[in-house]
Design a protein around this ligand. Structure first.
Ligand code: SAM
Length: 337
């Protein structure tokens, strides 16, 4: 058990430049638990309509400049067919909180994907829902659920979200998802406005307590048409430090090297892998919509970020010293082996 103060001192020591020792420790632990595998997931960003108004996010309801789209069921299934042909065995369905997609619609989509590709896993990332909704998605066959907690400190959460959004509810959702039996992903942004090292240490303490199977960590990046449009981006060294500490804290965690990290700096994805990350999620959405899922400025959606370029991404992974792995890549935490 690492204490909050210990986390703060490690973050302080590494905030300007991550120490090679910390990177190496994370890499050794990742190799002990997952070998050289880097799991590939196909990401389908199926709607950018959102009823929420998170101050940092480009697809917030209040951004009237966002060009909105939602994929039809058939379009989502075509993305899966394309992904299946490319070899993907996990489909991650992510979107804004879009009430147009009823629970019934989500369940039918999940059920159809699972019946067409029975050996594949389906991950949902569609925000805060009731226990009944989560249970219905799980009954329909969904395997995993991503719901970043964003920040584990009450007053900081309030700085990032309007009053109707509550950290308490977000945390409750995460525990409910775990109880239902999902492989659960939490996570946070690094460098979001008003964040201190103590807040990041609190995020690590929360992860230590929750014991999620997956953790998504990326830098905060500003989006021009949001209230935080003029804030500065999160730092590379602190993001990498958080990734490495998460690997050390949760040796069996599935940890993506995120698109935001790749957007922050061209070497970001490779550096993430060297700091303990073992998942990448190239974009399988229809190319004509990719630029409209703009959570932050300049979000990568071309080059090795595009699922069609998977061969080139595999080369990049090999050159970084790891092995691309197209298997389902379930969590190795006891319950899911
Ligand atoms: N609606 C779902 C939810 O709330 O979990 C999933 C979609 S949400 C857009 C996915 C993630 O994008 C969020 O959890 C947040 O961490 C990240 N995100 C949004 N805006 C961002 C920004 N400006 N910089 C970095 N990450 C951002």
């Amino acid at each position: 058990m690492i204490t909050k103060n210990e986390f703060i001192s490690i973050l302080e020591e590494n905030k300007n430049q991550i120490s090679p020792l910390l990177m190496e420790k994370a890499d050794v632990i990742r190799r002990e638990n997952y070998g050289e595998s880097v799991y590939l997931r196909g990401l389908i960003e199926f709607t950018n309509y959102c009823k929420n108004n998170c101050y940092y996010c480009g697809i917030r309801a209040g951004n009237k400049k966002a060009k909105r789209y939602r994929l039809t069921r058939e379009e989502i299934l075509s993305c899966c067919a394309a992904g299946n042909a490319l070899g993907f065995q996990t489909f991650v369905l992510q979107g804004g909180e879009d009430p147009w997609f009823s629970d019934r619609e989500i369940c039918e989509i999940v059920w159809t994907i699972k019946s067409r590709y029975p050996t594949s896993a389906v991950t949902l990332s569609i925000g805060e829902k009731s226990r009944e909704s989560y249970q219905a998605y799980h009954n329909a066959g969904a395997d995993r659920y991503l719901l970043r907690h964003e920040t584990a400190t009450e007053d900081h959460y309030k700085k990032l979200h309007p009053e109707n959004m509550l950290l308490q509810n977000r945390k409750k959702c995460l525990y409910t998802l775990k109880e239902i039996g999902f492989q659960v992903g939490a996570g946070c942004m690094v460098g979001s406005p008003g964040q201190t090292l103590a807040h990041l240490a609190e995020d690590l303490c929360f992860l230590q307590e929750l014991q999620p199977q997956m953790v998504g960590i990326g830098p905060f990046l500003p989006h021009i048409d949001t209230p935080f449009g003029k804030e500065k981006a999160g730092s590379l060294s602190l993001t990498l430090t958080m990734v490495a500490l998460t690997r050390i804290l949760l040796p069996k965690v599935l940890l993506p090297s995120t698109t935001a990290l790749g957007t922050l700096t061209p070497e970001g994805r490779k550096l993430g892998l060297k700091c303990g990350a073992n998942v990448v999620m190239p974009n399988l959405s229809p190319p004509e919509h990719r630029k409209d899922y703009t959570l932050y400025n300049n979000k990568l959606c071309t080059g090795n970020e595009a699922a069609e370029a998977v061969q080139s991404l595999c080369e990049e992974i090999k050159m970084t010293g790891y092995l691309p792995d197209f298997s389902r890549g379930d969590s190795k935490m006891e319950k899911f082996i």
